[in-house]
Write a protein that binds this ligand. Structure first.
Ligand code: GRF
Length: 249
């Protein structure tokens, strides 16, 4: 993808017409070092927005040789698609309801993802269960953010269930994806104290604010090689416990 972009731009320049071979090789080199991220979404896209903001603010293209190359939604109506386009990121829809089976949908999704040869695939609010075949395609390259402190409250309605259970601590988890729902080696968590009498809406908003910090941070660690999956364990270099578990009162 990146190669095509660079060469399209270059093809129109005089210098490219005079030295096409050399510049084509240069475009290939640029492509070789630039890592692609593909983000999968299903709806609002506030985590995607946080990722794109971090990419811009922290200049990931320069500091990590990485950029979000594409966003894919399984719903055509997802507001997050407009966020992608506003940031100049290619946005696609692979509508799950157009496929007769989960595996047919996942195969089409994987085919599109693989066009970008991503260093990392981020489930940034992607509300579909993925097949083991899909997950196995991206070992150490597939992460998810979940709005609870896993392994507590996998699945939906996490804030409601946390309040019903009366937990005093709640939060969010970023993890490598395994074959089971909302499971897999944990990279980092951000926690908060549940206030007495707190409403579900307040808790959801406070956890979401933590998500927006945690997910871009984990992505940057993985792209930098600071965090990686080794077998079923997450290996980290030079990070303290306080980096991997943050706590908001
Ligand atoms: C987030 O709470 C995320 O943790 C969960 O789905 C929600 C998506 O929100 N997996 P958004 O689309 O990123 O705003």
């Amino acid at each position: 993808m990146a190669t095509r972009k660079y060469t399209d731009r270059m093809r129109n320049t005089l210098i490219f017409r005079r030295f096409p071979k050399g510049l084509r090789a240069l475009a290939g080199t640029i492509d070789a070092v630039m890592k692609s991220l593909v983000c999968l979404i299903s709806g609002r896209g506030s985590n995607l927005q946080a990722i794109l903001q971090a990419q811009r603010d922290q200049r990931w293209e320069q500091t990590l040789d990485a950029r979000v190359a594409a966003v894919i939604s399984n719903r055509a109506q997802a507001p997050g698609l407009a966020i992608a386009r506003d940031h100049g990121v290619e946005a696609h829809v692979v509508a799950h309801d157009a496929f007769g089976s989960r595996s047919a949908f996942d195969a089409a999704l994987a085919q599109l993802i693989d066009r970008y040869e991503p260093a990392l695939v981020v489930l940034a609010g992607f509300l579909r269960v993925l097949t083991p075949d899909f997950v196995a395609r991206y070992p150490g390259r597939l992460i998810n953010i979940h709005p609870s402190l896993l392994p507590a409250f996998a699945g939906l309605q996490t804030h409601r269930r946390a309040l019903d259970a009366g937990v005093r601590v709640h939060g969010t988890t970023v993890h490598f994806v395994s074959g089971e729902l909302d499971a897999g080696p944990i990279i980092a968590q951000a926690a908060l104290a549940v206030a007495p009498g707190e409403s579900e809406a307040s808790l959801a908003a406070r956890v979401l604010a933590l998500e927006h910090v945690l997910l871009p941070r984990c992505i940057a660690w993985i792209l930098a090689g600071t965090v990686r999956l080794e077998g079923r364990r997450v290996a980290v270099d030079g990070l303290a416990a306080a980096d991997l578990l943050t706590f908001a009162a």
